[in-house]
Write a protein that binds this ligand. Structure first.
Ligand code: GLC
Length: 558
């Protein structure tokens, strides 16, 4: 018990201030609005909030183009509001995590402005330069089709600068010790203001050696260790959650074999294969990625998600699998992005089918790690494909059927979804709060149950024998044993749970949702019936659930 770490059994909720709630009628969400909804988030069961970038920024990439790392964009509030916010979270037991965009700045950042103005400035070497256009300038774009190159000529500087992302996001030169010192100072600053952790943006690019024309440059893994050391010296329970869409076998280097680098990583391979399982009914590739996700150091943790603020990136699936996911969830070209992803929200992708939504959520919540949910997905919000690129899934939160979904009294800067089945008059918090069967109330119950199952975040897992269309997993932690079974098919099927890893003889499986008890048969197996797209969560019963004297029997159960 003493070793339990907060990030291993919590629920993270990701939101952008601008889209959550506007308190002053300027059409943009703000900290004061968000504070008004902390009780809502606490009620939902959220343990940590991940804030998208809120710094001053031209916002050409939703704030991922930072102009002042120490600032708060005036439209969202002030430092005073930020500290009030972190305090209000603390009093409710909610942690605050913030985006940390260290790979690049905005081209309007004073460092870049100083760098282009004067080649002798110390800031010149904060960025990555070339005198001539590099031969690979039209390679390696992160946003293919929208972004044209990775090197752009700057007239004032009379040189080419490197940018892995858009041309207005020049990459910082992590090889420069002064840059490293600046980045550490930013982390230290926000820790003082009350944050418990950071979602670290674009980590593979941050530490990459490409662009840095140093002979034999190595990825800057040592920087990951330095940043962790600093954070934990300043605030013992601070964590870093890395965005790195890489194969699981490469992740160990990000955690550090000794667990001395980043604490958490989003599990992109599991995300992609989970969507493949939903599209095809085949859990094989998902199981492979789950097997490959083992062997983490003690303090390391996966974070699992369904949708995030970007496109659903399925670029790492083999072609045939990717084609199936596209065909099922994003068949129109307009739904796809960068040749590798889908820019829709979860609910429309699943056709608004409640059973499929529950199945998807249940799978995600029972993956080995910590769940991250996206604002609005708890009520099944939709998308607006008339908006460009990733904006489609970043529309304002739908609170009620009042004007502008209750998001603002003014004119919303970004349009609220008002038409169709996902319009705010049909999909909103107020309506769903009043309906005990709503997706919102279902999510709240599931999050409560999820947090009562620390074995998922802390324990060891086994994938139980099952046909390809069923995923059955068992977790064991400190004497607690739980079993999760998912039917990917849209038909009712019988399933036999066998080979539980512990000596579970004669103990019942107690269904966490229904409290139904399923007894083992003579051979120690449990027979279940799974509804179409059905899912069942079980704890192995305690001694009181042992069969006293009577014959062990299977009692099935729907
Ligand atoms: C990450 C973010 C994305 C952003 C990019 C550049 O991939 O998730 O939203 O555009 O980094 O900072």
């Amino acid at each position: 018990m003493i070793e339990q770490r907060w990030y291993k059994n919590t629920v993270i909720y990701s939101l952008a201030i601008e889209s959550f709630l506007d308190s002053d009628g300027d059409g943009v969400g703000d900290f004061a609005g968000l504070m008004n909804r902390l009780d809502y988030l606490q009620g939902l069961g959220v343990g940590a909030i991940w804030l998208a970038p809120f710094h001053p920024s031209p916002r050409k990439d939703h704030g991922y183009d930072v102009v002042d790392y120490y600032g708060v964009d005036g439209r969202y509030g002030s430092h005073g509001d930020f500290v009030e916010f972190t305090h209000a979270c603390r009093t409710r037991g909610i942690r605050v995590m913030m985006d940390l965009v260290l790979n690049h700045t905005s081209d309007e950042h004073p460092w870049f402005q100083a760098a282009i103005a004067d080649p002798t400035s110390k800031y010149r070497d904060y960025y990555i330069w070339a005198d001539k256009k590099p031969a690979d300038a039209d390679k390696g774009m992160v946003f293919p089709g929208v972004q044209e190159s990775t090197w752009t000529y700057n007239r004032k500087a009379r040189a080419w600068y490197y940018h892995k992302f858009f041309e207005f996001q020049p990459d910082l030169n992590i090889a420069n010790p002064q840059v490293q010192a600046e980045l550490l100072k930013i982390v230290a600053f926000w820790l003082e203001l009350g944050v418990s952790g950071f979602r670290m943006d674009a980590v593979p690019f941050l530490i990459a050696a490409d662009g840095i024309h140093v002979q034999g440059a190595e990825p800057a893994f040592h920087f990951l260790r330095r940043i962790r050391e600093l954070a934990q010296w300043r605030k013992g329970d601070a964590v870093f959650l890395a965005e790195a869409n890489i194969p699981p076998e490469d992740c160990l280097q990000y955690f550090g074999e000794a667990g001395d680098r980043l604490h958490m990583m989003f599990n992109f391979p599991v995300n992609q294969t989970l969507f493949y399982a939903l599209a095809s009914g085949d859990t094989g590739p998902l199981r492979e990625k789950l097997e490959a996700s083992r062997g983490l150091p003690e303090t390391a943790q996966w974070a699992h998600f369904l949708r995030n603020h970007d496109e659903l990136d399925i670029g790492r699936l083999p072609d045939d699998q990717r084609a199936k996911v596209f065909a099922k969830f994003g068949p129109d070209e307009d739904m796809q992005l960068y040749g590798r992803g889908i820019r829709r929200r979860l609910a429309p992708m699943l056709g608004g089918d409640r059973r499929r939504l529950e199945l998807a959520y249940s799978l995600m919540l029972t993956m080995p790690g910590t769940p991250v949910i996206r604002y609005g997905d708890e009520i099944g919000m939709g998308d607006d494909l008339t908006l460009p690129e990733r904006d489609a899934a970043r529309t304002p939160m739908q609170w009620s059927n009042e004007r502008n979904s209750g998001f603002t009294q003014g004119v919303p800067e970004k349009p609220v979804i008002s038409e169709g089945p996902y319009g705010y008059r049909s999909v909103n918090v107020a309506l769903q709060r009043a309906d005990s069967d709503s997706l919102l109330n279902w999510t709240e119950r599931m999050l409560r149950m999820r947090k009562e199952l620390p074995e998922i975040g802390h324990g060891a897992y086994t994938i139980l024998p099952a046909p390809a269309h069923i995923l059955a997993m068992c977790y064991v932690f400190e004497g607690k044993v739980s079993v999760f079974v998912h039917n990917l098919l849209e038909e009712r099927i019988d399933f036999r749970v066998e080979q539980l890893p512990q000596d579970c003889t004669e103990r019942s499986l107690v269904c966490i949702q229904t409290d139904e008890r399923i007894r083992p048969d003579k051979t120690g197996c449990y027979d279940l019936v799974l509804e179409p797209s059905g899912y069942r969560w079980f704890r192995l019963g305690g001694l009181e659930d042992m069969i006293a004297g009577d014959e062990p029997q299977a009692d099935g159960g729907a």
